[in-house]
Ligand binder design. Structure first.
Ligand code: SF4
Length: 432
């Protein structure tokens, strides 16, 4: 989904949770280059919308170049396959209903919002009794969920009967659901709920949640309150907001992750200092101790993603400022500077001349022995639509993989626990 509203729906997980983030210009300025992945997502959305509108397969566009942002993307077979996965899902859900593609929706008419609160929804479907809002996320990074389990301090949650537990819905999808409600009501009588769907075809991941209309209406009041506080913060500016940090700034993993002010936000760095139990003024000489008590260690583990995001943001900001000529004084009392990093791989500058010289000295030994393609190299060539069956029947059984190393994750992770015993059992079976 895409939009250019200042209070963008896509940024709502940040400004709903931290009103003060809107006081920082870097979060409100337009035309910021979102990077190659954002542009690739835009290209995928354009292709998906065309396929749904004109009812043509994505494969028809293989070889076509799509311009998105500052970049151009060629539609490869793989790209088209993933777009088609999303297109198929939308078409399947839309059977017997009304489908709206890339529809501009606005919150005008919802109390507390106006026409400046708008967005463009990837797919809206009105079906007898309910509506669907489906969001295509084309990235290959982490999985995004339509909901997460509620915590004690979750400001907005509701009881979900399918999960038999309190859940916190994805705020971005809730904003779209709220904004498309008027359109859905024009097409069907008395919808009972909106199904919010996140589709990540490159990760083979779909997450969905039924949101009753009454919950959506309660969310409208909650989001309107957050909007008015954010607008106030934007009007006040960063200095005033920082002076009342406890009221406006609310650091947390979700909201700070995509905040462009993370590196300079005093509330975020205070949270990092608190999590590390360390003061930045003394951290050089007084490294924070790692907790050994399981309870304290569990608390520290929960803070790791937030602290890592903050470290990355600090490094990126320092690089940006030094590149722009700003002096940042390091602990040695001197300004940070750039030096040449690790050299790139050695390559022949003139391959022909090198070949002539090498064969002169080494004869046939100047050439590498013929080597079979690696399994992943072969998969790149053969794991495609035309040869997928051969790949599956002939080549996939010829591949072996070393067992994965144990990885520490949270207990709620859906994967089975790592068991070295099970691994050795399997090994025995293979030997037999
Ligand atoms: S870094 Fe976090 S706490 Fe600071 S403004 Fe951004 S979202 Fe708010």
């Amino acid at each position: 989904m895409s939009e250019h509203s200042v209070f963008a729906f896509s940024a709502s997980p940040r400004w709903i949770s931290c009103a003060g983030s809107m006081a920082y210009a870097e979060n409100t300025e337009e035309g910021v280059d979102g990077g190659v992945y954002a542009d690739e997502g835009t290209a995928a959305h354009a292709l998906a919308a065309a396929c749904l509108k004109f009812k043509v397969p994505a494969a028809n566009s293989i070889g076509v170049t799509i311009e998105a942002g500052k970049r151009r993307f060629e539609v490869t077979e793989e790209f088209a396959d993933h777009v088609q996965t999303y297109v198929n899902d939308v078409q399947r859900r839309a059977i017997g209903g009304y489908l709206m593609i890339e529809q501009r929706v606005t919150l005008e008419g919802v109390e507390g919002f106006d026409e400046t609160n708008y967005g463009t929804s990837d797919a809206i479907i009105a079906l007898p009794g309910y509506g669907v809002v489906e969001d295509l996320k084309f990235g290959m990074g982490e999985k995004v969920y339509a909901w997460e389990p509620a915590k004690d301090n979750s400001p907005f949650a509701f009881f979900n009967h399918e999960e038999s537990s309190e859940v916190v819905p994805n705020y971005q999808l809730m904003m779209y659901a709220l904004a498309c409600l008027a359109d859905i009501r024009l097409l069907i009588d008395d919808p009972k709920y909106i199904l919010i769907v996140i589709n990540q075809p490159r990760l083979g991941h779909i997450s969905e949640l039924r949101v009753p209309i009454a919950v959506l209406e309660r969310f409208a009041v909650f989001a309107a309150d957050a909007l008015s506080k954010s607008m106030l913060a934007m009007g006040l500016g960063a200095k005033a907001v920082e002076a009342k940090a406890e009221h406006y700034l609310n650091p947390g993993e979700k909201q700070c992750r995509w905040c462009r002010a993370l590196a300079r936000c005093p509330a975020a760095s205070a949270k990092v200092q608190k999590e590390l139990s360390a003061d930045f003024d003394t951290i050089e000489t007084d490294l924070p101790a790692v907790a050994v008590d399981p309870k304290r260690l569990a608390k520290a583990m929960a803070a790791v993603p937030f602290v890592s995001d903050w470290c990355r943001a600090v490094m990126a900001k320092a690089n940006e400022l030094v590149a722009a000529g700003t002096a940042i004084i390091g602990p040695d009392g001197k300004p940070y500077k750039f030096v040449e990093g690790k050299l790139g791989d050695r390559k022949w500058a003139d391959e022909k001349a090198a070949e002539a010289a090498l064969t002169g000295v080494l004869g046939d030994n100047a050439y590498q022995p013929k080597k079979i393609l690696t399994a992943s190299g072969a998969a790149k060539v053969l794991d495609k639509k035309k040869t997928a069956e051969t790949w599956k029947d002939v080549f996939a059984p010829l591949i072996k993989r070393a067992a994965g190393k144990p990885m520490l994750v949270m207990g709620s992770d859906p994967r089975a626990p790592f068991s070295p015993a099970a691994e050795s059992d399997e090994f025995e079976e293979l030997s037999e």
